[in-house]
Design a protein around this ligand. Sequence first.
Ligand code: G3I
Length: 302
Amino acid sequence: ASTLGAAAQQSGRYFGTAIAGGRLGDSAYTTIASREFDMVTAENEMKIDATEPQRGRFVFTSGDRIHDWAVRNGKRVRGHTLLWHPGQPAWLQSLSGSALRQAMIDHVNGVMAHYKGKIYAWDVVNEAFADGNSGGRRDSNFQRTGNDWIEVAFRTARAADPAAKLCYNDYNIDNWTWAKTQAVYNMVRDFKQRGVPIDCVGLQAHFSSGNPYNGNFRTTISSFAALGVDVQITELDVQGASPTTYAAVTNDCLAVPRCTGITVWGVRDSDSWRSSDAPLLFGGDGSKKPAYTAVLNALNAA
Ligand code: G3I
């Protein structure tokens, strides 16, 4: 196959990208995005600040624009993200305790009701674990409402849209030996044992000198999958875009049947949240980089 999406489909997987609403008027951008990818994540437009800027007043204009573009171009959509500690509107930051817990539940219900039946998988909770060696939860306003907030979010989400896969998504959980990876693994195992609804784990896979790709990434993917969840690589980018690393990540996903797809976090280097790292598959001029060819060849060899 000659595009990433079509090549991934040969093994029943998808290959997606983050789409920024502000770029949809750029035809060089949309030409590449519509040609190459078959899954779309809104880079920012479905986050809390975008979707519920004031309590109970939901705004879906920007999210819908991306969703509509995706559907018009034959792509599925990952929902990103319902509950996350940064980028919270002031009204939410001002709440605590049971009022915050209720607002959290109402947010999940409000956004998921709007997109009911239209989302392949939701990142229900994003980045709830602490960095470093503590193996604990990140301190956040949600966490201070009680340790059960994550499972409450997942139970709420299941009831709100039973058709959507429900994912826990995080960064720096790529390396199997890291405490943060083990902490998330233990939570997912606990959820599966106790029947808390969870269908997938998103490994963001932002690789850099601080989080270098390690060959044990495949162990991470297969270990999560063995718990009975799908694994998705949700925000892939690689500082410097090493073709070797991109091929290795692709092959690691292809090696695990329950690794259902890969999403890169942007189209061209110039679209990246860390553009100075030139971490993506297309140059700012739209050209295919060596990393692109490495990924395409790996997908076609599967
Ligand atoms: O759109 C406004 C613009 O109107 C304003 O003038 C400008 C001034 O700051 O800000 C613009 O918004 C920025 C937005 O990106 C769009 O460019 C926000 O400030 C900025 O915080 C936001 O950054 C995003 C970041 O998440 C925080 O939400 C990045 O684009 C996005 O790539 C990044 O993505 C995250 C994932 O959601 C979760 N995992 C990590 C990943 C990378 O940080």
